[in-house]
Design a protein around this ligand. Structure first.
Ligand code: GLY
Ligand code: MN
Length: 499
């Protein structure tokens, strides 16, 4: 990484005259001690005007406007503040890569760090929406090259006028947001809510007028607002699944390299496919070979990949618009399932089939979970892992005894977050009925831990999960990740075709 982001201007006042950009503090060990008047003058001028005009709104803009209208209707007379979040320091002057808050992205179609969406109530119980954003860097005061976040260091950003055209919202300088919002909140009687957890500075500025309970309600509402996807979002989830299919295909093609190296090769291969297409991954890829497959969120990915064992790959591409897939395939590393692996795989497949069949409008959210668990409980009884002389399937399910090996819920909502809508109200989510436009995963699994003395030794260290992304349609469902084979023999044929 290039050093000397910020010359030590402020530490060496003699180095400059009155026009020096004193506000930009230099690095303690910077090699340049200051900026001469001549250099400062040079850097101010000789730059082309690159302002963009006549920009088309982003494709998401009308959908975001519709979501804001629903938000406005739910909170008449209240000021609503939705921050995108801030960069977090990784070390010194390098930051973690930024990922905007899903609530902000959903309502704006934008992903800019530090940004804030504000809904200001109007007299007719509607709202005027506006953005606070960081403008382009000032060239007159040297900010663009002397500040570590100046555009010369981090790249050109859109001007406020450009953003207004792209997003269809008026935009103001975010450096005034805390002061302006605090002034308005303290001088009037309009109640203010904020989505907490993303912008500590704004929360501190508004602390006197905020109410934790009301803010929690606000977050709950915004999470629930994402339960049903609009057609644009469904398109993005389709794209995420299509890109994920390519990532899995690359992994299978390169399994030989993984055998020669480690699970890391698999993680890197999937991520490379995401990145070369301008995307990212929606969560840490789970590249679990052998007994690692029995660890639900195995993201260390540093183990050996051995022929004869299974690879559980749970990975999803997140589009550049931040919608993610979440797909799992369990693959025989040498291309063919052993007899026992096939038996366990078939049980999980059958459980997934039963689960997917239960995804339809009017079904309860938990129906697909119950359907999958029933199949797995039956199979565990048939194999004698649960004693059929003590329990029938109803009793197993009532006591939840199958959970020793099924471990987790059979699925979750999917969207901007991999576990989407996690903060929504139970009554509109797990205790609700499915409606068209919902997208959820169906992902049953069986996991036999290496140290589980209650199962025969040959089961130990085997983990199988199959996961697909299912859209609820008007008359049933559509598997958005059907591009990847699922049946054992189809998986084998697919792997052979790529070998
Ligand atoms: N894909 C990881 C999970 O659903 O927890
Ligand atoms: Mn999942």
């Amino acid at each position: 990484m290039t050093e000397d982001r910020t010359p030590a201007v402020a530490e060496n006042p003699e180095a400059g005259g009155e026009e020096q950009p004193q506000e930009f503090k230099g690095r303690k060990n910077g090699l340049y001690s200051g900026v001469s008047d001549e250099l400062a003058a040079s850097m101010k001028s000789g730059w082309a005007d690159t302002e963009l005009h006549g920009l088309e709104p982003v494709a998401q803009a009308p959908y975001a406007a519709e979501r804001r209208a629903r938000l406005s209707a739910a909170f008449p007379g209240e000021r609503l503040v939705v921050p995108a979040g801030n960069l977090k320091v990784r070390a010194n002057d390098s930051d973690y890569s930024f990922r905007a808050a899903s609530e902000y992205v959903h309502l704006t179609g934008d992903q800019t760090e530090d940004a804030v969406l504000v809904a200001e109530p109007t007299g007719d119980s509607g709202h005027v929406f506006g953005l606070y954003l960081l403008p382009r860097s000032d060239r007159e005061n040297g900010e663009f090259w002397l500040d570590g976040y100046g555009e010369l260091w981090v790249g050109r950003r859109h001007s406020l006028a450009e953003q207004e055209q792209l997003l269809g919202l008026p935009a103001r300088d975010v450096r005034r947001a805390a002061e302006e919002l605090a002034d308005r909140a303290k001088s009037g009687t309009v109640p203010t809510r904020i989505v907490r957890g993303y912008d500590a500075g704004l929360e501190a500025a508004l602390a006197d007028v905020l109410d934790a309970g009301k803010d929690a309600e606000f977050k709950e509402f915004l999470s629930g607002l994402r339960l049903v996807k609009d057609e644009w979002e469904i398109g993005e989830l389709r794209a995420a699944c299509a890109a994920t299919v390519k990532g899995f295909t690359d992994v299978v093609r390169e399994l030989g390299q993984a055998v020669a190296t480690s699970e890391r090769w698999i993680e890197g291969t999937f991520w490379r496919r995401a990145r070369v297409e301008g995307n990212d991954v929606g969560y840490g890829s789970i590249c679990a070979a052998g007994a690692h497959a029995t660890t639900l969120h195995w993201v260390r990915n540093d183990g050996a990949v051995r022929p004869g064992e299974l690879l559980l790959l749970d990975a999803g591409v997140e589009t550049h618009t931040l919608y993610t897939a979440d797909v799992t395939r369990t693959l025989p590393i040498d291309g063919r399932f052993s007899e026992l692996q096939r038996k366990i795989y078939q049980a999980v497949y059958d459980a997934q089939e039963a689960g997917i069949a239960a995804v339809k409008p009017g079904a309860r959210f938990r129906d697909f979970h119950d359907a999958s668990q029933r199949v797995l409980a039956e199979r565990l009884l048939a194999w004698g892992l649960l004693d059929p002389s003590l329990y029938d399937v109803e009793k197993v399910l009532e006591l939840g005894l199958q959970r020793r090996w099924t471990l987790h819920g059979t699925g979750h909502m999917l969207g901007l977050d991999v576990h989407d809508c996690a903060h929504s109200r139970r009554e509109e989510h797990v205790d609700a009925l499915l409606v068209p436009g919902m997208v959820l995963t169906v992902e049953p699994g069986l996991y036999f831990q290496e140290d589980d003395l209650t199962v025969p030794a040959e089961y130990r260290g085997i983990g199988v999960r199959i996961e697909d992304d299912i859209l609820v349609t008007a008359d049933g469902n559509e598997n958005l990740s059907a591009g990847l084979p699922r049946r054992a023999e189809d998986v084998e044929a697919w792997m052979a075709s790529l070998a």
